[in-house]
Design a protein around this ligand. Structure first.
Ligand code: PRX
Length: 651
């Protein structure tokens, strides 16, 4: 378990503060009957079928679950449409003129789209996509800033039965290109730019670079966003189009395509333990059932809530809990383009006050940054509208949990720490705010209808070991796009027919789960998954580098920071300029989120006699710990030398 040292486990387990559900929620929450756990456990299929009936189905299912390990099919034979469930079915009620999306751009521009507005925009863009030749089953890549068009484009794909592959706007041209090529996307939807900390991020420039080598792309649709960027819209043989030109001519009549429950809804790429990101495949019926239900249970979404999830739509949290989960519930979603510290460190609190946000869902890395900036920032604003706080993306340390509860929730708001993954589609382990007594730092228990245990490598129950999900669940990934063998290997080969998420966990005497971070070569940097191999490949791609080993190093704000040990080729001069160049090289290859925090040049890397790099020792060195067992090293002197070097020149 790379990221949490043993002392931290013990400290976590010594955590005995218990927070029962507050008065405001007891008996009033969407889920108030604790009997739900037993009911779900007694008959999980009946339980999930009941949840699925909250959706609109064009055709009912014949069978709830068909489980042929490791492949599950949920709601077999059923037909529905995700966009119809997020939009059309709200139009026949008072919700049709309710705000679906309240948006603010970083420069302060504002937009409100009612359910009716959003339905119209999505329908028009669905027709635009059809006009560009997109048909059911095609893939559409989306590379956009946090603007309403990101939601519109996703739902338009779902409406016409195309799958979206959203690529986070912070990824590089090269990462975008690889994802487009893997999914064989036909159309790319992007913007001229977006705003981040007062600067324009030139997305279209990255797109132009990427599409030089993406033969499947026939059209690029460009949303006009970034302050006066001059982008030649039709410079390339009719390939590029301005979004607003196409929308002006599009009809708003676009019937929602009936989709099989198991039809592809989207692909989302995530880092794994090899250099190549995995295209996680989500289908329609089970996924939508789980995100709709969990959004209602965990966030206790009510008709008048203003719900804000601060994730980017480029990550799974944005897919499930900005778009599909809340909109399927007919909720009002607040969406913000910018960073929390621009133009000042009270920006989030200012927005909560301005829009009366009632539910806030954010990440521990942000909470730790808020802690460092101090309570004087939130204290300047009226946060009394808030009634529930959520956390996601990485383990939340008890201090950050307490700070969040006290300084943002003012002791009034329950905190729900939600554990899940890109692969699980929806929340798996989390308190239910009307039922569960919380302990700071614990995601508590699996949700009703979900199973989880802590196992050792042999598959026996233990108190500390690997998190395991023994039974299939509706929102689970169905495979890895184009690589079912990798799907089997990555998730289903550790134990027979039990899902392996790649996380360490402990279970306490009350049956509460404590998630401890990744146990594989995947880092969690500021809540973002980054494969060490991806960063290593990027480094080795630089002409000066002979070999590289990347490890995570504990970081107060980001959880983990990236430390890279690099050996250079013969004759290369080691300079600070080279260090800067290598860091930038990684950012260019993958994206700024993967830029190493520390680079250390080494004469050699510690290896076993069979030539395997011993990352465990590198982690010890990077974190300044006493080194573990070095007896299997081919040359123990290498590591001693490295340690002296690192302690001398860490940067
Ligand atoms: O290690 C776990 C951590 O984030 C990983 C999943 O990352 P990703 O697929 O990018 O999805 C992030 C948002 C759902 C997990 O394997 N993780 C996520 N939430 C938590 C967490 N670790 C501890 N506690 C959490 N609440």
């Amino acid at each position: 378990m790379s990221s949490v040292p043993e002392q931290a486990f013990e400290a976590l387990l010594a955590e005995d503060r218990l927070f029962p559900p507050g008065e405001a929620l007891r008996g009033q929450a969407n889920v108030s009957d604790a009997g739900v756990y037993a009911r779900a456990a007694a008959d999980p299929e009946a339980f999930w079928a009941e949840a699925a009936r909250e959706l609109h189905w064009f055709r009912g299912w014949d069978r709830v679950l068909d489980w042929t390990p490791p492949h599950a099919r949920w709601f077999v034979g059923g037909q529905l449409n995700a966009a119809y469930n997020c939009l059309d079915r709200h139009l026949s009620s008072a919700r049709r003129n309710k705000a679906a999306l309240i948006w603010e751009g970083e420069p302060g521009d504002e937009r409100v789209l009612t359910y009716w507005d959003l339905h119209r925009e999505v329908s028009k863009f669905g027709n635009v996509l059809k006009g560009l030749g997109v048909v059911k089953g095609d893939r559409v890549a989306i590379y956009l800033p946090m603007i309403p068009e990101a939601v519109i484009a996703m739902l338009a794909c779902a409406r016409i039965g195309a799958a979206h592959s959203v690529v986070f706007g912070g990824f590089s041209a090269e990462s975008l290109r690889d994802r487009i090529n893997d999914a064989q996307a036909k159309v790319l939807v992007t913007a001229d730019g977006g705003y981040r900390r007062g600067r324009v991020v030139h997305l279209k420039a990255a797109v132009d670079e990427a599409v030089k080598d993406t033969p499947s792309i026939r059209h690029v649709v460009v949303v006009r966003r970034g302050g006066g960027l001059e982008v030649p819209a039709s410079a390339t043989d009719g390939r590029d189009h301005w979004y607003d030109d196409l929308m002006r001519q599009a009809s708003a009549d676009c019937p929602a395509e009936p989709m099989d429950a198991e039809d592809l809804l989207y692909i989302l790429y995530t880092s794994g333990t090899t250099g190549k990101p995995k295209g996680v495949v989500h289908t329609t019926g089970g996924y939508l059932t789980q995100v709709q239900a969990t959004a209602r249970w965990v966030f206790d979404l009510k008709e008048n809530d203003v719900y804000w999830c601060t994730a980017d739509v480029g990550w799974v949290t944005g897919h499930s809990y900005i778009v599909y989960g809340p909109l399927a519930n007919g909720a009002t979603v607040f969406m913000y383009e910018g960073a929390p510290d621009w133009p000042h460190r009270g920006r989030f609190w200012e927005l909560i006050q301005k829009y009366g946000v009632t539910i806030l869902y954010t990440a521990p890395t942000a909470i730790r940054a808020f802690m460092r900036w101090g309570p004087s920032w939130p204290d300047q604003f009226d946060l009394s509208s808030l009634r529930l706080l959520g956390s996601v993306g990485e383990p939340i340390n008890p201090e950050a949990w307490m700070w969040y509860a006290e300084h943002i929730g003012h002791g009034r708001c329950p905190v729900v720490d939600t554990w899940w993954q890109t692969e699980t589609g929806g929340i798996m382990i989390s308190p239910l705010p009307g039922i569960t007594s919380t302990k700071p730092g614990s995601a508590t228990r699996p949700l009703p209808g979900i199973t989880a245990s802590v196992l050792n490598g042999e598959g026996s129950d233990v108190r500390a070991g690997f998190l395991a999900i023994p039974k299939p669940w509706p929102g689970m990934l169905r495979t890895i796009w184009g690589d079912d063998e990798r799907y089997r290997q990555t998730y289903w080969s550790k134990w027979p027919n039990v899902y392996f998420p790649g996380d360490g966990a402990k279970i306490d005497d009350d049956g509460y789960l404590w998630l401890l971070g990744r146990v594989d070569d995947v880092l969690n940097v500021a809540g973002h998954r980054i494969g060490t191999m991806e960063v290593e490949s990027a480094l080795v791609d630089h002409p000066a580098v002979a070999e590289a080993a990347v490890v995570g190093k504990a970081d107060e704000i980001k959880g983990q920071a990236i430390a890279a040990f690099v050996t250079v080729k013969e004759g290369i001069l080691i300079t600070d300029a080279l260090k800067a160049e290598l860091r930038q090289h990684v950012a260019d290859k993958i994206g700024a989120i993967a830029r190493p925090d520390a680079i250390l040049f080494a004469a050699d890397l510690p290896k076993t006699r069979s030539g395997k790099i011993m990352r465990r020792l590198l982690r010890d060195i990077a974190e300044g710990r006493a080194m573990g067992d070095t007896t299997t090293l081919a040359d123990p002197a290498v590591v001693a030398r490295l340690k002296t070097e690192y302690e001398g020149k860490e940067s």
